[in-house]
Design a protein around this ligand. Structure first.
Ligand code: ADP
Ligand code: ZN
Length: 296
């Protein structure tokens, strides 16, 4: 019998909920805005109660924006913890779902889950370690080692690494991260680009200097990840990475920064098969949540 799972991709802007056994067997899907925890959880709970049509769900996977508490021994396991998002700090997400739906709940960051989904069903099959970096409203990195999401001090926070900057740029832009100013997210997220250049990222033409700067910033970050973690692939998700020309610029810049130092069959000239878009497309997150439940 086919096992069905519930999955929630919980973003700061919207929630996506799905019922599926895998990417080719998506039974139901819904998306709605992230409002208050009570209202948003209520909509998710009603979706799983109504849309399974009597078929039992084996488990629920939650791929959440963070920071989150992933320590099963902690009294706040399954909580969204220190988020600056109003109303969402210290909220028991996994517990609320487990109580309402009476299901085993598997909880991780949105990007760890997306990395897992890509590893099982998407572009990252057979690639280990695997990094999934989203560049959207925020910047976040998920990391799998040995096919498992890395936990530790909670989870990696690659979106907040510091990078070298040109002095002229330092004078022009202090960055947009509320915690660190000019960390990777503070420089390279969609809102950071909009703040730096005075217009939304999707309205900037391909030849705008914003993109060379964005590529340089992302390439420094990716190169640091490559030297530190030796990933066999880096998947770039999120709205900003939808700019295909940006991906080409990032690949070229990473190749330049590596200086041919690492010899590996995974690093073929051009890096077209190494720095890639998600194989699961916009569903990487929600299918990642399904994968969390299915692989648990
Ligand atoms: P979220 O991170 O909220 O899940 P997205 O990944 O779509 O959602 O990220 C939204 C951010 O990405 C916004 O700041 C938006 O300006 C930017 N963005 C979305 N689509 C594009 C695009 N095609 N090109 C450039 N920037 C984009
Ligand atoms: Zn930061």
């Amino acid at each position: 019998m086919t096992q069905l799972y519930g999955g929630i991709e919980a973003g700061g802007t919207k929630f996506v909920c799905a019922i599926a056994s895998g990417p080719d067997d998506l039974r139901a899907e819904v998306s709605f805005p992230t409002t208050t925890p009570a209202e948003t959880f209520g909509r998710a709970i009603r979706f799983f109660q109504n849309e399974a049509h009597g078929e039992p769900l084996a488990a629920l996977g939650i791929a959440s924006f963070g920071p989150v508490d992933l320590d099963r021994a902690s009294p706040t396991y399954g909580y969204i913890t220190t988020t600056p998002k109003p109303g969402w700090a210290n909220i028991d997400f996994a517990g609320a779902m487990a109580a309402a739906l009476a299901l085993p709940v598997f909880f991780d960051t949105d990007v760890n889950a997306a990395a897992l989904g890509e590893y099982v069903w998407g572009a990252g099959q057979g690639r280990d370690p695997l990094i999934y970096l989203t560049v959207g409203t925020g910047v976040g990195g998920g990391l799998l080692v040995g096919g498992r999401p890395v936990h530790g001090l909670q989870h990696p926070e690659m979106g907040h690494m510091y990078l070298p900057r040109d002095p002229e740029e330092v004078a022009l832009f202090a960055g947009a991260c509320p915690y660190h100013g000019d960390c990777l997210e503070g420089l390279a997220s969609g809102p950071a680009i909009a703040k730096r250049w005075g217009q939304p990222a999707q309205t900037l033409p391909e030849d705008h200097p914003a993109w060379a700067l964005e590529a340089r910033t992302l390439a420094h970050a990716l190169t640091n990840m490559i030297f530190t973690l030796a990933p066999q692939m880096i998947i770039l998700g999120g709205g900003v990475a939808e700019q295909e020309h940006l991906l080409a610029k990032v690949r070229a810049e990473v190749e330049r920064l590596l200086r041919g130092y690492i010899q590996s069959p995974w690093l073929k000239p051009g890096l077209a098969d190494y720095i890639v878009r998600p194989g699961l497309g916009r569903r990487a997150g929600v299918l990642g949540a399904i994968a969390l439940a299915a692989l648990a």
